[in-house]
Design a protein around this ligand. Structure first.
Ligand code: GDP
Ligand code: MG
Length: 177
């Protein structure tokens, strides 16, 4: 019998403009607005029902402009999540390498090395401009034990919902071990 997890903290990371805020807002509201303020980190709260249980979920949408950026690597609020979403833009290879370095950093840290990570490619509506190799992403996800999805915050809510659902399900299992 699984114990109830009352709060699950999800931290959303990734390079600037990959769509961290767009993905977070899409997940929370089903809407795509287009432009998002990214001056500070934002923590949102939502309720998630899985089977007969209710979970309080906190999602922190991080911003490189946040005051926290100076002590980014020590930052407690960003490092004490139960689960991480690391986003790259499929049309910008540099953002994938940024995401990969975030994954490596979390896997090296003993506090986060075992926690679930969702590696999330965004902007698949820009597939014609793809700059990130699918096989390289798959290899990275396999190597660092990450869930992997590619989505478009602009065009599709459902895929984002599915990706988060898998991350949350996995986080719940880990929390109960
Ligand atoms: P953040 O800096 O990572 O939080 O990125 P934002 O969420 O602010 O998004 C950066 C820009 O990318 C904005 O202009 C968004 O409208 C745009 N954007 C976000 N998601 C998508 C997407 O799926 N497709 C396209 N084409 N643009 C997107
Ligand atoms: Mg943002």
């Amino acid at each position: 019998m699984k114990a109830k997890v009352s709060t699950l903290r999800i931290v959303v990371l990734g390079a600037e403009n990959v769509g961290k805020s767009a993905i977070t807002v899409r997940f929370l509201t089903k809407r795509f607005i287009g432009e998002y303020s990214s001056i500070t980190d934002h923590t949102y709260h939502t309720v998630w029902n899985a089977r007969d249980e209710t979970f309080n979920i906190e999602i922190t949408d991080t911003s490189p402009h946040s005051e926290n950026v100076s002590d980014y690597h020590q930052n407690v609020s960003r490092e004490d999540g139960n689960a991480f979403v690391i986003i790259y833009n499929v049309a910008d290879g540099a953002t994938f390498y940024h995401a990969k370095s975030e994954v490596e950093r979390l896997r090296r840290n003993p506090n986060t090395s075992h926690l679930p990570i969702l590696l999330l490619g965004n902007k698949t509506d820009l597939e014609h401009l793809r700059d990130v190799s699918v096989s390289e992403v798959r290899q990275t996800a396999l190597c660092y034990n990450c869930k992997l999805y590619e989505v478009s915050a602009a065009e599709d809510f459902q895929a984002i919902h599915v990706a988060f659902r898998e991350l949350i399900a996995h986080a719940i299992v880990i929390d109960n071990q």
